[in-house]
Write a protein that binds this ligand. Structure first.
Ligand code: ZN
Length: 218
């Protein structure tokens, strides 16, 4: 079973499912030629895809276009269904940073055929997680900046308040579709600047001083 590690605490929380939001920053939707959605685009990643900062992203042989997507990740602390905004806010227990690694060639092929994104999003090592910080130790203002560098060059850099759907809205919406359980993670979408990585590339991501991760593609 995969877990998330809580920063500065001798505590790990078992991960349930990972629910991801797509096209949550207008500039990113545009760079991939998508319309800005009127409700969040939702898909799932399996917990078997999880690796942690310091581990290696294994480039699948069945793709030629592996992309990075850096994202704020919400840790859910209680089980909710059809939650209102207040219960949705209360259900978020912590924050971390994640990479939603994506096989863009296979995703584009799936999109053009109307197929699900599973093959592009669920491969082993496609979810890289930082340590998480509990909300009781840090309250997010959304003025924080999320950053991703590849080989020390900035690729993605954006304020969290540029999200089209904010964390509480995302949780509220997803809870109208399915039960969200304690230990579930929600990837909140990536800002513009996604791009290709190849074996040997070193990725560094940060959410100011709140969360950080490093990994290498092999
Ligand atoms: Zn994503």
């Amino acid at each position: 079973m995969k877990t998330v590690k809580i920063k500065n605490r001798d505590k790990e929380i078992a991960v349930g499912k990972m629910i991801c939001v797509g096209r949550n920053y207008a500039e990113h939707a545009k760079e991939l030629g998508n319309e800005v959605p009127d409700k969040p685009v939702v898909f799932i990643k399996p917990s078997s895809a999880i690796i942690y900062s310091g581990e290696k992203i294994i480039h699948p042989r069945f793709s030629n276009n592996l992309h990075h997507e850096v994202e704020l990740v919400l840790l859910i602390g209680k089980t909710i269904k059809d939650a209102d905004a207040k219960s949705s806010e209360e259900a978020i227990t912590g924050y971390g940073l994640g990479l939603d690694m994506t096989l863009r060639d296979l995703q584009n092929e799936a999109k053009s055929k109307g197929d699900p994104w599973t093959v592009a999003k669920c491969f082993d090592t496609s979810a890289v997680l930082s340590d998480f910080i509990l909300k009781e130790n840090y309250s997010l203002t959304l003025n924080e900046e999320i950053l991703l560098e590849v080989n020390n060059k900035i690729r993605q850099k954006e304020k969290l308040n540029m999200m089209l759907f904010k964390p509480v809205q995302i949780v509220e919406y997803i809870s109208s579709l399915m039960t969200i359980e304690e230990g579930d993670l929600i990837f909140s979408g990536t800002p513009a600047g996604v791009g290709k990585v190849v074996p040997g590339d070193k990725l560094h991501a940060s959410l100011e001083s709140i969360a950080e991760l490093n990994c290498e593609v092999i």
